[in-house]
Design a binder for this molecule. Structure first.
Ligand code: MN
Length: 490
């Protein structure tokens, strides 16, 4: 995450004189050092000499816009910086924008405070001027107030940075489709042009024949190497090594195609497996483990979302993965959802060393596919769904608590996750369905609902939250108001 840079743009003006401005730069440098040594700030904050004129603001924003490693700007007004000088460039900023309202000194030095001190430490004053112009321009931004050495303040900046990394990486994401959506399925459909306009995703189609052709070129040596990797990461719990080797071959082929075209995510479709012996199970799982985005059944939206969220979670090890609501447990007072997929749950969610097994699949009519099987981690997480409402993309997030499986499921040979949704299963399911949330989602132990809200704002998509405070009547009103607002905006 350290490769992502955040420009620290400190505003001022020439009125203060050289001595004060020197002090402004000195203080800002100390603060940047502090940010960069904070364990809760994952990326790099870059010091820039304070900006005193419209030309300097112009040059700094221009540089941020054009620096591929720059994932956002953090603005702070040490002194008063007249905001008319920010208008021209701030409105052209194309990177995520955070305004921190902080101050170099924590306390007022009661005994020594004089007018010079007041003029130097004017954030309470300058940050309001800066906030006004951002509000007036209608800029998408986050505002975080607090002292720069406060841990919670740093944590909030760090959290926002991960959303910014998602927004910036989203802009350069390419998604490789293998086949189309499943026939007749609605929720996995979507406007790929709108997704590219808002999220930046380039969504390209390949036929199953392209995969078969690449598969035929995979060598035994390449397959052997992949098998060695499997043996080191998984427990080989099958005698059907040929079936596992087949998945290894498929994985090598899909990875070749993705690397060749610069793709970060892909999907499969079990209705379209002509020329393949098995549905890609272990192959998809292991590619997900390595950080590629994945979803099944032609769901390019969830594939792109899983890749983006995996990048946002860089360096964290809770797990972020494609998920599907499968089966309910309606025991009174202990209601839960069992999430799984036919095969393809990412091993990053495993609480134990995953086992490779080979079992027949009820649908698809192909040979029994190899897959990794495991019980999942427990703890607080979120599930995120991205749907196309026709005139906009909508993101739905539900806070959940993953719990331990109370009993073994010996006849279900797939990876599974069991969770209790907030505020409870009844309200969560009603709200999710009212909002049009899909059966596919991305589950993450590492990313918070607030980070997804920040990401949604940065990319200009609608955000709907289901959490401990959700009540259906107010939730329905929110959906209605959002529809009205959208119509007014069109
Ligand atoms: Mn599915």
């Amino acid at each position: 995450m350290k490769k992502y840079l955040f420009y620290f743009l400190v505003g001022s003006q020439n009125l203060y004189g050289e001595e004060t401005l020197r002090q402004v730069n000195k203080n800002a440098e100390i603060m940047v050092k502090g940010f960069n040594s904070s364990p809760v700030i994952p990326c790099t904050v870059l010091f820039k000499p304070c900006l005193k004129t419209s030309a300097e603001v112009y040059a700094a924003v221009e540089q941020a816009n054009n620096d591929p490693n720059c994932a956002g700007v953090i603005c702070w007004m040490h002194t008063f910086s007249p905001s008319k000088m920010w208008i021209a460039r701030l409105s052209a900023l194309n990177k995520p924008y955070l305004h921190v309202d902080t101050q170099f000194n924590r306390d007022i030095p009661w005994d020594s405070i004089d007018m010079d001190f007041m003029n130097l430490n004017q954030s309470a004053h300058g940050d309001r001027e800066h906030g006004y112009i951002a509000a007036r321009l209608g800029l998408k931004r986050k505002v975080i107030a607090g002292h720069w050495q406060n841990e919670e303040f740093n944590r909030e900046i760090g959290s926002w940075m991960r959303a910014a990394v998602g927004a910036v990486e989203s802009k350069r994401l390419k998604i490789m489709r293998i086949s189309d959506n499943m026939r007749e399925v609605a929720v996995t459909e979507g406007d790929k042009i709108e997704a590219q306009i808002k999220l930046g995703w380039q969504v390209d189609h390949y036929g199953i024949g392209d995969l078969v052709e690449t598969l035929n070129e995979v060598t035994e040596e390449e397959t052997d190497r992949k098998m060695d990797e499997y043996r080191s990461y998984y427990t080989m719990d099958t005698d059907n090594i040929e079936a596992v080797r087949y998945q290894a071959k498929v994985q090598v082929a899909i990875k070749k195609m993705m690397d060749k075209g610069g793709y970060g995510a892909f999907h499969t479709n079990f209705e379209d497996l002509h020329g393949l012996k098995q549905l890609p199970g272990l192959a998809s799982q292991d590619l997900s483990r390595l950080g590629y985005g994945f979803a099944a059944e032609g769901d390019w939206k969830t594939a792109g979302l899983s890749r983006t969220m995996k990048l946002m979670a860089g360096g964290l090890n809770g797990g972020t993965a494609f998920m599907e609501d499968y089966t309910y447990h309606f025991e009174p007072g202990n209601e839960m959802i069992l999430g799984a997929h036919m095969l393809e749950v990412c091993p990053c969610l495993a609480a134990e060393k995953p086992k490779i097994q080979v079992h027949p699949l009820g649908i698809g009519g192909k040979e029994p596919p190899a897959r990794a099987v495991f019980e999942a981690k427990t703890g607080k997480a979120i599930v995120v769904s991205l749907v196309d409402m026709g005139n906009r993309l909508r993101m739905i997030v539900n806070k959940i608590e993953c719990v331990k499986q109370p009993k073994a499921m010996p006849k279900l040979p797939v990876a599974g996750v069991l969770w209790k949704p907030e505020p409870n299963l009844k309200t969560s399911a009603e709200a999710w369905i009212l909002a049009g949330g899909a059966h596919h989602s991305v589950l993450s132990f590492d990313i918070s609902a607030e980070q997804m809200a920040d990401f949604a704002e940065m990319t200009g998509i609608e955000f709907i939250l289901i959490d401990e405070k959700t009540e259906i009547p107010a939730f329905r009103r929110e959906l209605f108001y959002n529809d009205v607002a959208r119509k007014l905006m069109d």
